[in-house]
Design a protein around this ligand. Structure first.
Ligand code: TSX
Ligand code: MN
Length: 597
């Protein structure tokens, strides 16, 4: 039985890779699909699968005049976001996963999920999706194969990754590929698990059809497994955007930046400079993930392993992010947004009037003024990066881009000033390790509570957070030309809750200071916390219609607030126990002594 199945798999496969064929046969023997389809990534395949998805109700065609090539998908209402409490790191020892991850023993996880996967694809098709994270032929690039029974997953993976036949050719007979297995199952939250097996380069995901849980190349491979591989192999897999800043003189400086959710990462990655910045240009290399390793010239080089954007839709408009609006004008899959009577999509925070009537994200009639949201707050677009009007020409460069600055951000209504530069790499890692952001969505508990989210990696680090921070510290030994590290906060408020900094395009002013610091072109002011812009030769505020008092408030450092902050940081470090890196504890003590005990 098993041998005939294996023979059948081999007969239809566009590869002779023995490891791949044996694994597909083994997974097929367990899940028992009616048929196996090897995806080739072609246009014809896209057309055929899109038509099938429309026929089976997975996709709703949108108005093809208004949104050419665009479709709407509605997920199960119980399945609209990543599920951290159902996400597991499966290593032999619990300590390897650390206190910030859920852990399951690998054999137990394989057995438990194996029971769920047993026969789960009966009556269904198993799609074999070969994909690459990173440009084909890049030394950074990793190959994965995802087996899935979801046509929605295939169509999304086609946008988010380099997918298809070319990847199989690149893989050849190698056994070095991530083994991803996914089934939507019956979308029952009680039978939903996302398990990572770093030692086996394997991911098993069951019972969900939602983005981050099922597009296995993204959070699962590029971050959780990626961070594990990065530590083993001496590189960094980070939750960072990558952008290039080009001056009127034609000098391009590349920056990587980590922000927790709800800080406008995609907006920053596609920023349009204000009119005073004639001749300046921001270009996007990536909006979510950066893989970084030392290059031949001693600088730190980064690639974006993805090929598309899986972005939050609500709040996106021609004021907050014109480039994103252009990006999603065509060939985009929308998930859980509202539908207009004329077949266009709508969401809270879109430009223009609120329509009188809509079909909401669950397919129910919706009327203007309704207390419920028409689009789900976590509704998404999946769009190819090639749609982005400001896509960097280097986004497909196998060598990546040299990173001159690393930025750590957060949403803080107080305490953290607009911008500061770390004294050195170790201090910069301390700034990243102590990142925090205030909660915004009422659905996830109290609003305005600071959540610690080191390097914005808390839900995405595939091993012990203490070891991860130590790996960051250790990396300075292998990067002769270290990027400079900065901390930013666009979200400082006055006592009435009004934002002090205009943000958005005006963040260019902060970026220019960062670029000038990187190239040693501007003097700076030393403070307790780090180096900040000087009053005289600091931030360029030309043309900015903001009261000088607001700027000084946004950039102010209040010692009493910092004493409170240090106490709050201690709670996080205590969680890491003996794995809290000594160098970071010393940074903490130094700051405490600068504050006067
Ligand atoms: O994305 C944001 N950025 C980065 C842009 C490059 N947002 C949106 C965050 C939610 C996803 C911001 N919100 C930013 C910001 O820099 N700043 C703010 C706060 C803010 C909001 C509104 C105004 C000013 C600041 N002003 C008016 O509404 C007029
Ligand atoms: Mn992200």
């Amino acid at each position: 039985m098993a041998t005939t199945q294996a023979a059948a798999v081999a007969q239809n496969a566009p590869t002779k890779n023995p490891t791949l064929l044996a694994w597909v046969a083994k997974m097929a023997a367990m899940t028992q699909p009616d048929r196996i389809v090897w995806c080739d990534g072609s246009e014809a395949e896209k057309k055929r699968m899109t038509e099938e998805a429309v026929k089976d109700g997975t996709l709703i065609p949108l108005n093809q005049e208004k949104r050419p090539g665009c479709y709407l998908h509605r997920s199960n209402p119980n399945d609209v976001a990543r599920v951290e409490h159902l996400t597991f790191i499966c290593t032999p020892n619990k300590t390897d996963a650390g206190p910030t991850n859920n852990w399951m023993e690998p054999d137990e996880a394989y057995t438990k999920l194996g029971q769920l996967f047993e026969g789960c694809m009966k009556g269904r098709t198993m799609y074999v999706v070969p994909y690459a994270m990173g440009p084909l032929g890049s030394p950074f690039t990793k190959i994965g194969v995802e087996l899935t029974d979801s046509n929605y997953v295939v169509l999304n993976m086609r946008i988010m990754t380099r997918m298809g036949k070319a990847v199989l050719d690149l893989l050849g007979d190698s056994d070095d590929f991530n083994r991803g297995l996914h089934s939507t199952g019956d979308v029952n939250p009680d039978r939903r698990y996302i398990c990572h097996f770093p030692q086996d380069n394997t991911i098993w995901s069951f019972g969900s059809g939602y983005g981050g849980n099922v597009l296995l190349g993204k959070k699962c491979l590029a971050l959780r497994i990626g961070s594990y591989l990065g530590r083993e192999e001496g590189w960094l897999a980070e939750h960072m955007l990558i952008l290039g800043v080009t001056s009127p003189q034609g000098e391009t400086t590349y920056v990587a930046a980590a922000f927790p959710s709800a800080c406008g990462k995609t907006n920053f990655a596609m920023l349009i400079p204000p009119k005073e910045y004639k001749g300046w240009k921001i270009e996007t290399v990536g909006d979510d993930i950066a893989w970084m390793r030392p290059g031949p010239d001693g600088r730190l080089y980064a690639i974006n392993p993805e090929a598309g954007y899986f972005g939050v839709v609500p709040g996106t408009n021609y004021k907050t992010n014109p480039n994103a609006m252009e990006t999603i004008a065509k060939d985009t899959l929308f998930t859980n947004v509202a539908l207009t009577p004329d077949g266009d999509v709508w969401w809270e925070g879109k430009d223009g009037e609120v329509p009188e009537e809509l079909t909401d994200w669950q397919g129910r009639p919706w009327k203007k003024g309704s207390a419920e949201k028409a689009a789900h707050p976590n509704s998404r677009f999946t769009a190819p990066m090639t749609n982005n009007p400001v896509l960097s020409g280097k986004s497909n460069d196998p060598m990546g881009v040299p990173i001159s600055a690393i930025i750590f951000g957060g949403r803080r209504s107080n305490t953290v000033p607009l911008v500061l530069q770390a004294f050195n790499w170790t201090h910069g890692v301390f700034l990243g390790a102590t990142m925090g952001s205030e909660t915004t969505a009422a659905a996830t508990g109290k609003v305005g509570v600071v959540r610690r989210d080191p390097m914005a990696m808390l839900p995405f680090c595939g091993y012990h957070m203490g070891d991860y921070l130590q790996h960051w510290l250790d990396m300075q030994k292998s990067i002769p030309q270290l990027p400079k590290i900065f901390q930013v906060n666009w979200f400082r408020q006055d006592k009435n809750g009004k934002f002090l900094w205009p943000g958005y395009g005006d963040n260019m002013r902060v970026l220019e200071w960062i670029v000038n610091r990187v190239h040693g072109r501007v003097p700076t002011q030393e403070t307790l916390l780090g180096w900040v812009p000087r009053q005289d030769q600091g931030l360029n505020l030309q043309g900015l219609d903001v009261a000088p008092e607001s700027i000084s408030e946004a950039t102010s450092i209040k010692e009493d607030e910092w004493k409170t902050e240090l106490k709050s940081q201690e709670v996080f470090f205590e969680q890491l126990g003996t794995k809290a890196p000594e160098a970071l504890m010393l940074q903490r003590k130094l700051l405490m002594s600068r504050l006067g005990g």
